[in-house]
Every structure is written in C-alpha cells, then in structure tokens.
Design a protein around this ligand. Structure first.
Ligand code: ZN
Length: 279
C-alpha cells in the first residue's frame, strides 16, 4: 500500500508532467473510482487547466484555473500513469484524462482508491481536513505532534499509524521508524518520555526522507511512479518483510508478530518487549 514516500513520489511525477496541461476530455470507467463525497462528476473538470499538485499525508489534490480541485487517494493499489494516447488500455484502468500530447491514467486493481471533485477550505480539501500535517509540511510543528502523540492511550505503533496524529506513516515506515528509535511496537505510549516520542517522529521523518530519495518502496509490486518505474527503497528496509533475516544493527534474527490483521516486524534485541507491570 502506498505510504507518504510513494505518494510524494507520485506527486512529484505528476507535477513534472501535468502542470500547465489542460484536461481536454475525461472518461471515468468504473463507478468505484468516484468517491461518494464528490461534489460533481469527475468529467465536470473537462477543460480545466492544472495549476498545482498538492499533498497532505496520503491525499493528493490538483488545483485548476477554477475553484474546484480534484482529490485523489491511491488506497491499496491506485496508480497514476502518464501514457501515450496510443498505449493500450490497462486492465484496471479506472479513469482517463486526455491532455494535449498524452494521457493521465488512474489505474486501480483493488478499487479502494478514489477520485473526487471538492473545494478547498483553508487551502485543504474537505476529505483531508481531519488529516494531521505530515513532517514534510512547512507548517509541521514537532512539539505539537509530540503532544498529540502523548495524549493517545494506546500502543505506540497504533498512534504512529493514526493519520490524525501525524499523517503519511503506514505499516512499512512505522516498523522502520520503531526499529530506528529502538522501541518495541507494542510499547504503551504512557511508558514513553516526550524526548523518546520526539526521537521516534524524527526517525519517521528521516526514514521517509530517505525513501523519497529512492522513489519509495515497491514492496508488493502495486506501487509504481507515474512513469511505471518501481521505487527501490525496499533494498534499504531493516525490518519490514525481513523476518528471520539478521538485524542490520546487531545481527539478531528479525521477528514478525501479528498486528491488527497485518504484521509488525522488529528486532527482539534492539527493541525489547515492554514489561507488563502497571504504571
Ligand atoms: Zn538488533
């Protein structure tokens, strides 16, 4: 599933390819491609000229020479591709935006991704209004993020994945950040000092910065950039998907445990199990 580094890679690819372009024709080919919250049909953006490609957390939006914006969420498997008009339709093609020389295509195998027409309030589309700032946002405030984090009475990994605490972190980068900060994923937030939480958020932003520089992680083959290329950060993963492999720091075999229908990967030595005592 695309996380912040993958969505940011897509954002940069879109910005490089479609800013200044006009959507001459739009064709939506699957009803699930349009969010129920869309103010209008996606086709109503025909004729609009793209001004900017923005992002908050995993939400992308295009601004135009009109008040409406096009919001996109890639869900589990959504992809944007820039394709020549002559390219055959992809099997899971959901929407097509015809531009002057080529096409922007939205492809989504599992159909959890969506598009919607929205307006902005305070510069953010309504579907992303509840999403916290991510560490790459100019207005991101580390102290406030630490405070929001500390207020959660839950396991540290759950808070890290909560898009209303800080946004953009999914399962891959949560596991990698916790490994870097040497925190067991099941540690209760109440047991962590603010300085440790701050270190964790800094680790998350560090690991995501490195991932962006490598075009993201294409671990499950569902994520590619707008040119159809994979990212290569999976080569740098320390724990995610590395069960049984040696920890890059201490050599201990990486462990995998189940975590709300998914998995957590960690080093049992660098990230010792929290003690179960009371406070
Ligand atoms: Zn280790």
């Amino acid at each position: 599933m695309p996380e912040l580094p993958e969505v940011e890679t897509v954002r940069r690819g879109l910005a490089a390819n479609i800013v200044g372009e006009k959507f001459k024709k739009i064709e939506v080919r699957h009803e699930r491609a349009t969010s129920k919250n869309s103010l209008a049909r996606i086709e109503s953006l025909s004729g609009a000229k793209v001004l900017e490609v923005n992002r908050r957390g995993k939400f992308l939006w295009l601004t135009f020479n009109r008040p409406e914006v096009l919001v996109a969420h890639l869900g589990m498997s959504g992809q944007f591709l820039i394709q020549p008009k002559s390219a055959a339709d992809e099997k899971h093609l959901r929407a097509r935006f015809v531009m002057k020389r080529n096409e922007l295509r939205f492809i989504d195998q599992r159909t959890f991704g969506w598009l919607s027409v929205e307006t902005l309030s305070d510069g953010v589309p309504s579907s992303a209004a509840h999403i916290a700032l991510d560490p790459f946002d100019e207005e991101f405030d580390l102290t406030r993020a630490v405070n929001r984090f500390s207020a959660r009475k839950t396991q540290v990994k759950k808070a890290l994945l909560d898009q209303e605490v800080i946004s953009g972190v999914g399962n891959i980068y949560a596991d990698e950040s916790l490994w870097r900060a040497r925190i067991h994923p099941e540690t209760r937030i109440e047991k962590l000092k603010s300085a440790k939480i701050q270190e964790l958020i800094q680790c998350a932003s560090e690991v995501m910065t490195e991932a962006i520089s490598q075009g993201g992680t294409s671990f499950d083959d569902l994520y590619i950039n707008v040119n159809g290329e994979s990212g290569y950060f999976e080569r740098s993963l320390a724990v995610y998907g590395q069960e049984g492999e040696p920890c890059p720091r201490c050599g201990t075999a990486i462990k995998r445990i189940s975590f709300s229908n998914r998995s957590s990967h960690f080093c049992p030595k660098c990230q010792p199990t929290p003690r179960k005592s009371g406070k």
